[in-house]
Ligand binder design. Structure first.
Ligand code: GLC
Length: 629
């Protein structure tokens, strides 16, 4: 293999450059074409691409060829993801290698190592305040350990995802330090202002991200006598992507990471990359131009690597991160399906799927080009109730009141709520209340266990399993958040850590409970054992259901029964109709309805059993789910 690869290295680079040249430069011309040093920038970028290509290790070059031949690799139903903090899961990178077989056993083929690059000391926003993009967090190990992990994962057929935090650096990053010391070239890497005139003008239309503990979007530094743009925390300085030098530096970082054996780069907080006066400074058109250009650069040097874009935005805005209009097929390969997640929780609380069906039908097309979703129920972040007023109104709800209801319900203060959560960043100005809490605690397991309520425990487990069956079939890679496979509850101890106490998201970032995990592998009569066995089964059935390949459309179906959410995955070999009961009561669907939607055998691909009851109807127990072939 090496001979062939060596022989064709230069040629392959040229061919791939030719393939993506227009995707790259049509964007960069528009973004930076008027910059006085555009020609110099062009040469430097070309050289950087060529250099990164030369440095790319031989085994990864082979993977590039494989994935050029099999570009749908990440859309296949065998892809099942797991997301974790290295220290909370395995102590460090060396410890991780021992844990990989646990994940293999669960059916995992994709792992997202939460931020693992060298963060600033002290509070680092869970590692999202990066001080050095070319070093591993010393608490986890070093670059050698990291490459050993990626190789061990690859040997087990697992892909590795890491965070590429590109909207901001830590204020301790070398560039920021130089800027702070007055170096003009580096000052231009960030957005800074001599007085507060412009910051105030921007603030008119900006939305607060962390209103509680990091209010405002700008920070004044006495020593610099300047205001710096800090969208998130004070220690996270927003990069100035209008400066082509920032693009060049960040491309080099991106390819450096790609060359360490990463398969998926999670592009963090991409909605914020471009600033424009008079706007929210989110999802501006230039964000998509930048993201297309980054994608093209990656395809030239490291086509095995794909991009997961993190844009936690409303349903009308999200799709553009998977490449719409002129960017069709050229932007993110994956993006978080934030709306599916929000609608799952909304329908669970209301026991009514009308809003979910409306949102999924109105905003999401059945099919995407070169892309698919990252589907999930919980992640390391809070849940923001991204429900648009128009969508709520379309099903007879008041948007503001519905969002407030969801917060109260999942905080656990709404009468009759099964949930135990906590508020995150209450914004009295907008009435916006986000929610923290683990999957199991939000789904009712914590309150039922406390009350010793056996029926409540069973309901909570069914809710969790229904959710897992939903994200495994909808289309896209289901991402399981660490500990959710054994129903880990909220970790209230986070308040004792001074670096975390101000941030309730640590409530749902517990350490892995290996005792429970091991016990769950042995026994299925405990909640943890049942949840794990259920998930393991769902992931295995998903992998065995070719209709769940992302190349097949997801068509939302109207059942006429507000208790049920339904969609059809339509493959040439036949359809799979997926049905989910969001209520606590039994529901029936006539068999004729399913037949009308193309299911031929009335066989449940999930339980691998026939689905009809004695009366010729499909009977779904509380929170029941079926994938009917
Ligand atoms: C992303 C991360 C979040 C972090 C923010 C700033 O949204 O998921 O955890 O706080 O970016 O980096």
């Amino acid at each position: 293999m090496t001979d062939a690869a060596t022989l064709s290295d230069g040629t392959l680079f040229d061919l791939r450059y030719a393939r993506s040249r227009n995707d790259l430069w049509s964007m960069l011309d528009r973004l930076y074409g008027r910059h006085p040093d555009f020609d110099g920038f062009r040469d430097r970028l070309d050289a950087a691409l060529r250099r990164a290509s030369t440095e790319r290790p031989a085994d990864l070059k082979r993977l590039d060829l494989v994935r050029d031949l099999e570009p749908d690799w990440f859309q296949r139903p065998g892809m099942n993801g797991y997301v974790f903090y290295i220290d909370r899961f395995a102590g460090d990178l060396k410890g991780m290698i021992d844990k990989l077989d646990y994940l293999v056993d669960l059916g995992i083929t994709y792992i997202h190592l939460m931020p693992c690059l060298k963060p600033r000391e002290g509070d680092s926003d869970g590692g999202y305040s990066v001080q050095d993009y070319r070093a591993i967090n010393p608490a986890y190990g070093d670059m050698g350990d990291f490459e050993a992990v990626t190789a061990a994962a690859r040997a087990r057929g697992m892909s590795v995802c890491v965070d590429f935090v590109l909207n901001h650096t830590a204020k301790e990053h070398d560039w920021a330090q130089k800027a702070r010391a007055g170096d003009l070239a580096y000052l231009d890497y960030y957005h800074s202002f001599a007085d507060d005139t412009l910051p105030r003008a921007y603030e008119e239309t900006l939305i607060e991200i962390f209103p509680d503990n990091a209010p405002g979007s700008f920070t004044y530094y006495d020593d610099m006598q300047r205001w710096v743009w800090t969208t998130f925390n004070e220690h996270q300085w927003d990069l100035n992507w209008a400066n082509p030098q920032v693009f060049l530096e960040m491309v080099e970082v991106m390819l450096f990471l790609a060359n360490r054996g990463v398969d998926v780069l999670r592009l963090d907080a991409v909605a914020f990359l471009w600033k424009r006066m008079g706007t929210r400074c989110q999802s501006e058109p230039e964000c998509h131009m930048l993201l297309q250009a980054l994608r093209a650069a990656c395809r030239i040097v490291a086509p095995a690597v794909i991009h997961l874009e993190e844009a936690i935005v409303g349903p009308a805005e999200m799709l553009s991160y998977l490449g719409r209009g002129e960017h069709d097929g050229k932007e993110g390969n994956l993006a978080y399906h934030n709306s599916l997640m929000v609608q799952f929780w909304s329908a669970l609380a209301t026991r009514d799927t009308q809003l979910m069906t409306h949102v999924m039908t109105t905003h999401f097309p059945p099919l995407l080009t070169n892309a698919t979703y990252a589907t999930y129920l919980r992640c390391h972040d809070d849940i923001g109730w991204a429900v648009m007023d128009e969508d709520a109104a379309a099903v007879g709800l008041d948007g503001r009141m519905h969002r407030a209801f969801l917060s109260d319900f999942y905080e656990g203060v709404y009468p009759g709520s099964f949930s135990r959560g906590a508020l995150f960043q209450y914004n009295p100005e907008t009435g916006d209340k986000r929610i923290s809490g683990s999957l199991a605690s939000l789904a009712g397991l914590e309150s039922a266990l406390q009350a010793g309520d056996t029926a409540g425990i069973a309901h909570a487990i069914e809710r969790i399993e229904m959710g897992h069956a939903l994200i495994a079939s909808f289309g896209g890679i289901p991402l399981v958040y660490m500990g959710d496979e054994i129903g880990l509850l909220n970790d209230y101890g986070y308040v004792d850590d001074p670096a975390h106490a101000h941030d309730s998201r640590w409530l749902h970032r517990p350490s892995m409970d290996w005792g429970t995990a091991r016990a769950a592998q042995q026994a299925v009569d405990t909640p943890a054992g049942r949840i794990r066995a259920g998930l393991r089964h769902i992931l295995a059935r998903r992998a065995a259901t070719p209709e769940f390949h992302a190349r097949y459309p997801t068509k939302i179906l109207r059942t006429g029964n507000t208790a049920l959410f339904a969609f059809e995955r339509r493959a040439p070999t036949g359809s799979v109709v997926c049905l989910f009961n969001f209520t606590d009561t039994w529901q029936n669907m006539p068999a004729s309805w399913v037949v009308q939607h193309g299911a031929r055998y009335l066989h449940d691909a999930l339980s691998d059993a026939p689905v009809l009851d004695a009366h010729g109807a499909i009977a779904l127990p509380p929170h029941g789910r079926v994938w009917i072939r």
